[in-house]
Design a protein around this ligand. Structure first.
Ligand code: UDP
Length: 342
């Protein structure tokens, strides 16, 4: 599957200083989950910034095709590896993007999801401790659960079920944050935690199961648009390039900037509004069907990004319509490619 060379790629306007100006010299970067949707975009950006990148992935939801163009780059190495097994490697920085992030994917193997977040994060933190490497975590707005306040600030402690079907991910990511800050306090590991709010863009899997990819694929196929519940629940959608720009700024920031820091686009939409937007942008004949609501589905989600502005000078720049146009173009090309069977 190729990205459509003609797809509009909205400019993010996020100017990033490369390489990070900080006391220690960082050259070798490990990206765990580097063949995934976000991880592969991160690998691209790190390579452009002249880092040597080792990508590890168990390919559970990640795909080799996401990193195929990088395999010839002498500064890039791929290792098939699951972070639940420890690893030895010379690295100066570690990005932990290794975990299925779509509800159907992380709920398909809930014990595996929890262990990826606990044992996997512990293994990477041990590596960071041994190598004195900086540790950057892809955390999530799911740590706020089904929030009772909006927008969500980083000091909101959340409203999270410990026993429901989302808990393996939500509590897994919360445990990972706990481990990260304990490694910082107990062993002096340099850590940085970004909390990702719903992010979309090219390289999502057509069968990913999340709302943006589902609706676009359904619209392009003129198939029913599946709304879980009433569709009045809200999300705030961030384009992938903006999100990666935020992580690069977090990585480049002073050691004192540890986070957690919300990274997301505060423009909030109901799921119904998103469906209408995608149907009209694709000119689809799809109609909407309502399916049962997902259990423990957060009803409202919107990041407060004041901290990201103050500490990183970051904000998202891509309007949701521009981001959706680029994503629709990507899926259109991907589905055509699939249809011709190669
Ligand atoms: N959703 C939906 N139809 C779909 C997929 C998702 O209505 O085909 C809803 C889902 O119930 C949730 C929202 O869209 O309210 C965002 O779901 P997603 O899986 O993208 O992310 P998350 O729930 O993790 O924010």
């Amino acid at each position: 599957m190729k990205e459509n060379a003609t797809s509009p790629r909205p400019a993010t306007g996020n100017v990033i200083a490369f390489p990070p100006e900080r006391g220690r010299h960082i050259q070798r970067v490990l990206v765990a989950g580097g063949a995934g949707f976000l991880g592969s975009h991160l690998c691209d950006t790190l390579l452009k910034a002249q880092y040597h990148v080792t990508c590890i992935d168990n390919l559970a939801t990640g795909r080799l095709e996401n990193i195929k163009p990088l395999l010839d780059n002498p500064q890039f190495t791929f290792r098939h590896h699951d972070i639940r097994t420890s690893l030895a490697l010379k690295v100066d920085a570690i990005f932990n993007f290794a975990c299925p992030a779509s509800p159907p994917a992380y709920q398909a193997d809930p014990v595996g999801t929890m262990m990826t977040n606990v044992i996997g994060t512990r293994n990477l933190l041990e590596l960071a401790r041994r190598r004195k490497a900086v540790f950057v975590q892809a955390s999530t707005s799911e740590v706020y659960g089904d929030p009772l306040v909006s927008p969500q600030k980083e000091d909101y402690l959340g409203n999270v079920s410990t026993t429901g079907p989302r808990a393996c991910y939500d509590e897994g990511k919360r445990s990972a944050e706990t481990l990260i800050f304990d490694y910082a306090r107990q062993y002096g590991v340099g850590v940085k935690v970004g909390r990702i709010f719903n992010t979309y863009g090219p390289r999502m899997r057509p069968d990913d199961g999340r709302v943006v990819s589902n609706f676009i694929v359904q619209a392009l196929r003129n198939a029913p648009i599946t709304i879980y519940g009433s569709g009045s629940q809200t999300r705030s959608f961030c384009y992938v390039d903006d999100l990666i720009g935020g992580f690069m700024r977090l990585f480049s920031a002073d050691d004192a900037v540890t986070g957690p820091i919300n990274l997301g686009n505060p423009a909030e939409f109901t799921v119904l509004e998103l469906a209408d937007m995608i149907v009209s942008m694709t000119g689809s004949k799809s109609h909407i069907v309502h399916l049962p609501a997902a259990i423990d589905d957060p009803q409202q989600r919107r990041p407060d990004i004041t901290r990201a502005g103050e500490q990183l000078g970051w904000r998202p720049h891509v309007d949701v319509r521009d981001g959706l146009l680029a994503t629709i173009a990507y899926f259109d090309a991907a589905l055509r490619h699939q249809a011709v069977g190669d």
